[in-house]
Ligand binder design. Sequence first.
Ligand code: ZN
Length: 255
Amino acid sequence: MKLSLSNGIFCKLRLEGNLAAVKHLGFQNIEFNMKSIKKEHDTDVYREQKALATSGLDCLTLHSAVMHVKDPIEVHQAVYYGKISLECARALDAPLMTVHSNVSKKLPRHVREKCLNEIFGEIKPFAKSLDIKLALENLSYTSTGFGKNVEQLEEVLGVIDPEGKMGITFDLCHALETKEMDNLLEAYGSRICNVHMANKAHTPFTQETVELTHFLTKLHDYGYEGPITLELEHRTLMEEIAKSKAFFEKLLMKY
Ligand SMILES: [Zn+2]
């Protein structure tokens, strides 16, 4: 398993400072979160490419810009977010992009299905043409988006991925908050290709818990060797991030 840090935690910093902070903490790998890019720069992928190359960091995954569509009129914007994110993933040489369902949990089912079809009907072939794998993330009950448990994710995947080729980004924080860890592991254990690692409320783990040990043991049993991406609340102190990093470096050696 490869330890990585989501740079979304430093999204308030300018891009160079953001990546420098990741580097300063001693990480080698990042998940590039699109919220690190200012809106006016969102099509200038060469800027990101240059900043990443200068940092020497390896971008294992990219977290797409997401929009939880609450009216079909917003579909075009969600498609645009997905496509600029894919352009950025290509520029950063990231083989995998984390996506949300992009639809609001408030939409009625038939509208949800229509929107899902339209959004992923555009994003999927574009991702394929760039050779980037998509990984759908499980959400928390606090999210405005649809897809917090197996039932909801099955509905989404049934529409956007009938071939069963899409990966799963397993967010442990969300799974703990929704109490869905075991159900999600059972349904998607073998499809996990990215992990968002944090305790409830995106606080950092700094010691073992029963749930964490159980989760990592299960991941190991499924043969998981992908990223363990620390995805932490943006107010987390640098020393807490460093502590969590040191904790996982030691812990992951056991798996
Ligand atoms: Zn997440």
